[in-house]
Write a protein that binds this ligand. Structure first.
Ligand SMILES: [Mg+2]
Length: 211
């Protein structure tokens, strides 16, 4: 498999919640592996925004099997997974496929029925491609990122620029309507139409080292 195939997402979305149950069905996605940091919530957070919780419930209600897969540390990952009542593989070491494969096996679906969604080309998309999954790239939540992630971002921008019009972008539903889909970047949807819930982190466990 060429490097380009390892790094080219099947779909690019503005936000993880743009992967609606209808779009998942259209894509033939019956199972979804989901990154946590910068995908479900701002990096290092302990609480999942309510709009994301609603999205997860909608997918589950539609019969999509869900599994978290994160490179983050176990303690915070388990806290988040428990709050969502979802299974989770922590410290997955994406893009290496071994631990992510465990999550895929837990879904008990064929690889071509499963998508992985995440914010990093060199982790989420790459591991998805190595395992034969559909790979969906989302724009990272704004805010701080792990230094290792921050260092990789310029290379991601170069790769995405290089793919250019080859990238398929998806429908981005917003509270005020639906942005243009297919070949016109969902990333152009007005940011002010999307207001990620700003929940404060609960008292208790301190933030862990960024991953
Ligand atoms: Mg991430």
């Amino acid at each position: 498999m060429g490097v380009a195939k390892l790094l080219r997402p099947d779909l690019v979305l503005e936000h993880v919640t743009d992967l609606t149950p209808e779009l998942a069905e259209e894509l033939g996605v019956r199972g979804l592996l989901i990154d946590i940091d910068c995908t479900l919530m701002p990096h290092g957070g302990w609480s999942v925004p309510e709009e994301v919780r609603r999205w997860l419930r909608a997918l589950a209600d539609a019969g999509v099997r869900l599994h978290l897969v994160t490179n983050a540390r176990r303690k915070r990952s388990q806290h988040i997974a428990a709050s969502l009542e979802l299974p989770c593989v922590a410290r997955a070491a994406k893009p290496f496929p071994w631990r992510t494969r465990r999550a895929l096996e837990a879904l008990a679906l064929a690889p071509d029925e499963v998508a992985i969604v995440g914010d990093q080309l060199f982790a989420d998309v790459m591991v998805g491609k190595l395992l034969g999954l559909k790979a969906i790239l989302v724009k990272p939540y704004p805010g701080r990122q792990a230094i290792s992630t921050w260092l990789k971002r310029p290379f991601e921008w170069i790769v995405l620029w290089w793919f250019g019009d080859q990238l398929k972008t998806g429908t981005a539903s917003t509270p005020s309507g639906t942005c243009q889909s297919q070949k016109t970047s969902a990333r152009t949807c007005p940011q002010n139409e999307r207001q990620p819930a700003q929940e404060s982190d609960p008292p208790g466990p301190p933030p862990s080292t960024p991953h």
